[in-house]
Design a protein around this ligand. Structure first.
Ligand code: NDP
Length: 309
């Protein structure tokens, strides 16, 4: 059976920063990249707030550079998805990829978070890929000259709405309250964009259309009045859920996020955590990268205390 000193689960900025630090510390880490290699940044356009990136840095470019940097220092990366784990013996951690089993002295969990859906019932799945999407970067170009709507009032929704104006003729942004959660500069850009119309106090309550999405039923969150809005595409950007399903009860959670006990430590002494999977608050790439660095240093410290190293 394959035994590893350090396995890093996840390949976003947290996972690859952990890999860079761990590889430079000669820990010979194995990165299991998961179902969405590169993480959430693969679906973003230009990143304006990555320190030092004065212009032209895209999410996919940053992730490909981070992967290369980690590999340059000796990290091994594999496109494998961990389905379940058993951390009951903290001296020998077990991970399964299908039938394949890997054991490890130490693990860094950096599995991030996934887009949240509206949960409107079975109608939602029916329109998936037929006008209903959670990724403007992936699907925006299909809506050239069309009318689309973005759900949400956070930074992601504002970013998606602005990105979609490159293609769509008209972009509605559907905000469920009378104010947005997004940062002020983001909001201002949306409000200043002539192609975007914000509809306040409104939430989608139903999706309609014969074979593809044709309209969305909106409910006024104050009066409960309903109205149909004709659209060609609906993009949801209403936040994320931490990716912890594969952990079962192996690691303690706090409101769905991995509970951090001290620095990047979890309740299992050989398991560390980095990035959005343990961060209900900041959810920024640079914060995730910083926590990846911390998790690698904590894992290095833990491994250095084991008598066999
Ligand atoms: P947020 O949690 O910040 O915002 C989610 C938005 O969706 C809120 O407006 C929320 O409304 C709304 N919402 C939630 N559920 C529903 C629902 N069922 N129906 C309708 N609306 C709903 O998530 P984001 O993904 O936007 O951002 C996450 C983090 O990432 C934030 O910290 C953000 O700052 C950061 N980020 C930063 C970027 C940048 O700086 N370039 C880009 C993108 C994200 P309500 O406010 O009423 O709860």
């Amino acid at each position: 059976m394959q035994h590893e000193k350090l396995v890093i689960i996840g390949s976003g900025p947290a996972g690859f920063t952990a890999a860079i630090y761990a590889a430079r510390a000669d820990l010979n880490p194995l990165v299991l990249e998961g179902k969405q290699p590169g993480g959430q940044l693969m679906g973003t356009t230009e990143i304006e707030n990555w320190p030092g990136a004065t212009e032209g840095l895209t999410g996919p470019k940053l992730m490909s550079d981070l992967r290369e940097q980690a590999k340059k220092f000796g990290a091994r990366t594999e496109f494998k998805y961990v389905e379940r784990v058993d951390f009951s013996n903290s001296d020998k951690l077990h991970l399964w990829i299908g039938e394949e089993e890997i054991t490890a002295d130490s693990v860094i969990i950096a599995t991030g978070a996934s887009a949240r859906w509206l949960n409107l019932g079975k109608g939602e799945e029916r329109y998936w890929g037929k006008g209903y999407s959670a990724c403007a970067t992936c699907d925006g170009a299909f809506f050239r000259g069309k009318t689309v709507a973005v759900v949400g009032g956070g930074d992601s929704a504002c970013e998606e709405a602005m990105f979609l104006t490159k293609f769509a003729e008209k972009v509605y942004q559907l905000v469920r309250r009378d104010e947005m959660r997004a940062s002020k500069p983001m909001q201002q850009r949306v409000l200043d964009n002539p192609k975007i119309e914000v509809i306040w106090n409104t939430a989608p309550s139903n999706l309609k259309g014969e074979k593809i999405l044709e309209s969305v039923e909106l409910t006024d969150t104050q009066t409960q009045e309903k109205q149909d809005l004709k659209i060609d595409g609906l993009f949801v950007a209403i936040g994320h859920t931490p990716n912890t399903g594969f952990l079962g009860e192996s690691v303690e959670l706090d409101r769905g996020f991995i509970k951090v006990t001290d620095h990047t430590k979890t309740n299992v002494k050989s398991v560390f955590v980095a990035g959005d999977v343990a961060d209900p608050h900041y959810q920024q790439a640079v914060v995730a990268a910083g926590s990846g660095c911390k998790a690698a240093l904590d894992a290095e410290d833990y491994l250095s205390r084991l008598s066999r190293y």
